[in-house]
Design a protein around this ligand. Structure first.
Ligand SMILES: C[S@@+](CC[C@H](N)C(=O)[O-])C[C@H]1O[C@@H](n2cnc3c(N)ncnc32)[C@H](O)[C@@H]1O
Length: 263
């Protein structure tokens, strides 16, 4: 897929972390096919939206999850803010990216970030986040997983076949939102938050109304407080640099004590 070797993508030592993640995304778009990206839900966030998303959580954070990290644009927006505001504190980020080519670029990006900010630690898991999270929940060790202060994401968006392994597993664990990979990833990421942890996600507008995501919304709102929902000009952005423009929304949730609600 990528014609160039990894070392051809090395940045100037002073390139900003977020700019580098965006450069890598642009190069990836230039060397991969539309069909390949479409099948995997690969639409990369632009810098403006990434910075906006990273402005929404309450700092400082120590442990961050980016499930569907791409080349690291949202992760790097978090790192950039952390470097500006709390540079004396460590930061750990777990990223999931199952596409090998994209994960190679993510590795390059986060190594560059660690060069600029040595208190950064990270993992790049080259795995399907939904399957990994469902498998951990299912195991005896699920409850003892390290939890996150922040889950930030622009997850892939595509329908999941009802007969797929991931849907069968999720259904058997009583998880809603299995019709689409985005809602499943978002629901599972919410389950990995610490108490008072925050979930900042780019969501399709259909998240906010309609029948399609109704049971998913209910499950999310039973566990989390919706702290903000934005559909403004700042969230209208070029998700594929120079290629397409989409209107979308972003949501912020906070993990609360168990909520008593009647719907
Ligand atoms: C919409 S893109 C967003 C990338 C990046 N977060 C950003 O904002 O630029 C979603 C990413 O999730 C990855 N992905 C697809 N299926 C996935 C899965 N099951 N688990 C984790 N990541 C997945 C895709 O390869 C893609 O890089």
């Amino acid at each position: 897929m990528m014609a160039k070797r990894s070392e051809d993508h090395l940045p100037h030592p002073k390139t900003g972390v977020l700019e580098y993640a965006a450069q890598l995304a642009e190069r990836y778009i230039g060397s991969s096919s539309v069909d390949h990206r479409k099948a995997r839900g690969q639409y990369f966030t632009c810098l403006l939206v990434a910075r906006f998303m990273a402005s929404l959580y309450r700092a400082p954070v120590r442990r961050v999850l980016d499930a569907g990290a791409g080349t690291g644009i949202l992760t790097c927006a978090v790192i950039e803010r952390h470097m500006k505001e709390t540079a004396d504190q460590g930061l750990h980020i777990d990223c999931y990216e199952p596409d090998e080519c994209v994960a190679d670029l993510l590795d390059l990006c986060l190594n560059h970030a660690r060069h600029l900010f040595p208190l950064l630690s990270f993992t790049v898991r080259r795995a399907d986040f939904a399957l990994s999270a469902l498998t951990s929940r299912d195991s005896l060790f699920g409850e003892s997983l390290d939890r996150y202060d922040l889950a930030i994401g622009n997850p892939p968006y595509f329908k999941l076949p009802a007969a797929s392994e991931v849907v069968q597993m999720a259904t058997s664990q009583g998880i809603s939102g299995t019709t689409n990979i985005y809602s499943l990833i978002m629901n599972l990421a919410a389950g990995l938050l610490k108490l008072h942890g925050e979930l900042i996600y780019i969501v399709p507008r259909s998240f906010c109304s309609g029948l399609y995501f109704k049971s998913f919304r209910r499950q999310m709102l039973a566990e989390l407080l919706l702290s903000r929902c934005t559909s403004s000009k700042v969230a209208t952005a070029c998700f594929e640099t120079k290629r397409s423009c989409r209107r979308t929304s972003s949501c912020g949730f906070k993990k609360a004590e168990r909520l008593e609600r009647s719907f």
